[in-house]
Design a protein around this ligand. Structure first.
Ligand SMILES: Cc1cc2nc3c(=O)[nH]c(=O)nc-3n(C[C@H](O)[C@H](O)[C@H](O)COP(=O)(O)O)c2cc1C
Length: 198
C-alpha cells in the first residue's frame, strides 16, 4: 500500500472532514508547541478555526504563555491526532499575528459568553480564587450590557501558522505505519514530498 500526498492542503482538508464525521468531539483540536524566550518548550491544545493556502489559524490571548512565547519566538509546531482514524498530521513553521480586523471578525462570531470571557480572563496569570474571575466576568457583563457587538480586547486575537513542513501519518499493520513528510524552501515555493520509514 502506498500513499502520495501531492497537495497537502487538500489532503489535510479531506482528513479533517473525515475526522469531523468520526471523532467524539473537537476534531479541530491540535497540540501547539512553542518556545518561551528562555528556550523552555511548552505545549497545549488549541482549536483550529480556519485553514487555507496561507496557513492554519487559531485564537488566543496574546498575553498568556503561548502568546508571549510566540512574541519571543514566532514559530510553532502543531499536531492533530485523530484516534478514530488512526492518523496524525504534523505542522511546523513561522507564526504571525492576524490583523486586528480579521481577529475582530472572528470574535464577532463567538458566543456572547466567550466574548465576555476573553475580556475577563487574564490567561495564564495566577488566579487567587475563582471569585476573582467571576467578579471580572460580572464587571464586563455590566460594561457591555445592551450592546450586541463590541470590540475584542487588544490582547486577544488570532495567529496564523504558515507551515514550512507537514507530515501525514496513518497507521499500518505491525506498527509499519505510513509517513510522508512535505517541505518547502519558502512560503511561495512548491512542496517536496518524502516518504519516511515509520
Ligand atoms: C479541547 C481544548 C480546546 C482549547 N482551545 C483553545 C483555544 O482555541 N485557544 C486558547 O487560547 N486556549 C484553548 N484551550 C486552552 C489551552 O489548552 C490552554 O490551557 C490555554 O490557552 C493557556 O495556555 P498557555 O498558558 O500556554 O497560553 C483549549 C483546551 C482544550 C482542552
Amino acid at each position: 500500500m502506498s500513499f502520495r500526498v501531492q497537495d497537502p492542503l487538500t489532503l489535510f482538508s479531506q482528513w479533517l472532514e473525515e475526522a469531523k464525521a468520526t471523532e467524539v468531539n473537537d476534531p479541530n483540536a491540535m497540540a501547539l508547541a512553542t518556545l518561551d524566550g528562555d528556550g523552555t518548550l511548552s505545549n497545549r491544545i488549541v482549536l483550529l478555526k480556519g485553514h487555507d493556502g496561507l496557513g492554519f489559524r487559531f485564537f488566543t490571548n496574546f498575553e498568556g504563555r503561548k502568546g508571549r512565547a510566540l512574541r519571543d519566538n514566532p514559530r510553532a509546531a502543531a499536531l492533530f491526532h485523530w484516534k478514530t482514524l488512526d492518523r496524525q498530521v504534523r505542522l511546523e513553521g513561522p507564526v504571525e499575528r492576524l490583523s486586528a480586523e480579521e481577529s475582530q471578525a472572528y470574535y464577532d462570531t463567538r458566543a456572547r459568553g466567550s466574548r465576555i470571557g476573553a475580556w475577563a480572563s487574564l490567561q495564564s496569570q495566577p488566579l487567587p480564587h475563582r471569585s476573582a474571575l467571576e467578579g471580572r466576568i460580572e464587571d464586563f457583563v455590566a460594561r457591555f450590557e445592551g450592546q450586541d457587538q463590541f470590540a475584542k480586547p487588544d490582547y486577544w486575537g488570532g495567529f496564523i501558522l504558515r507551515p514550512m513542513a507537514m507530515e501525514f501519518w496513518r497507521a499500518g499493520e505491525f506498527r509499519l505505519h505510513e509517513r510522508v513528510r512535505l517541505t518547502r524552501l519558502n512560503l511561495d515555493s512548491g512542496w517536496t514530498e518524502t516518504p519516511l520509514y515509520p
